[in-house]
Design a protein around this ligand. Sequence first.
Ligand SMILES: [Ca+2]
Ligand SMILES: [Ca+2]
Ligand SMILES: [Ca+2]
Ligand SMILES: [Ca+2]
Length: 450
Amino acid sequence: MKKSVVSWIAAAAAVLVFVAVPLRPGAAGSGNPGSAAVSPDGKIALPNPDSGLRFVPGRVLLRFKKGIPSWMSELWIASYNAREIGRLHQIRTHILELSEGVSVEEAVAALNRHPEVDFAEPDYIASANVTPNDTFFGYQYALYNSGQPISIPGSPTGKPSADIKATAAWEETRGDSEVVVAVVDTGADLLHPDLENKFAGSGRDFINEDFDASDDHGHGTWISGIIGAETDNNLGVAGAAWNCRLLPVKVLDENAEGAYSTIAEGILWAVDNGADIINLSLGYSEDSLALSDAVAYAYEQGAVLCAGTGNTGSAVEYPAAYDDYCLAAAATDYNDARPPWSNFGPEVDVAAPGASIFSTFPRGHFGPGSLDYGFSDGTSAAAAHVSALAALIISVKPLLTPAEVMDIIRFSCDDVNEETDPEWDEFLGYGRLNMEKALVPIVIKNRSGE
Ligand SMILES: [Ca+2]
Ligand SMILES: [Ca+2]
Ligand SMILES: [Ca+2]
Ligand SMILES: [Ca+2]
């Protein structure tokens, strides 16, 4: 008896909620004047709990349940006083702009109560896995002094063999130019002398909506060089995936920031345009169904995704934390030690060098007459090394599935911290990348060594 009354009340409440959800500026405060503030333009502002999270103001990502006709979803979107400004077709996700005065938190809460809504979420803003890349930041002990050696010329060298064994691996393969690594980042300097011959096209720019993914920041150029700078050309640096090609996909702006919807768009575009590997040297603390669906789509289409764990010394960021779809790369330094800023947790798969990594920078980045190369730090670089190894593996074994490539990379690592953290651990995962072990055919012997 009691139970049926309760369920009836719940049903009635659901109906009421359904009726009450459409959000119009000023509507929500009417029954409870104490909870809303009137802004100078006379509109009633909805409560805006300061969560401290970064997301695009006035924007929401929304997906309806399967089978909802588009006329109905359009009607519902309009009833929430929202406007569709874009759509991620592959994952049926609408990008909505809310009316002025409607808070993202309120809209997300209201939309998620709608029985036909699969999910609604804020459009979070991710940042590149970057620490300041000012030219001489690496020398500024006072600003960044974690205790590890600073990689300036003449500074103490690292531990011999604390590397990814690239030269040995290159004896096996230098990569196939048909294998394409999408660098979903700030773009790249398309005319950099050590990169210009390595691009599979001028890419796509989702920040300015054009087909010229030139870099306004520097991060993407730095990452591009680590993965695939032109090698053995008497110039600059070597790229770890020597002959493989690069596809620049610009989803981060001049501050190396980008909305999740833009990043999702870039990932979807990259895989639809032939990327075999997708490098994601970016992240943020917040989970997102749109972002996870975008990486799931890319994975299911056969791409290998490599992402940096983050540089805040805390939990693994997204998208690296999407265990089923992304290889999460933590950082090591040139003593095979973990820099304290390298994010950690159960999702970490592998580690790769990320501290004091020398690579290409946009021409003129450091001022007139300066080198077009420089040092920077971060799990961004770790992810780039992992992407390069994935590219070399696919070059020699193009029929492997992403899951198989990921396992080869995981299980060929060196457990460089085995004294303190034997076997897999949440700091370095299975250990520091070993390109030689991953690529050179293994001779399997029986227990008697025959
Ligand atoms: Ca552009
Ligand atoms: Ca070079
Ligand atoms: Ca993982
Ligand atoms: Ca270990």
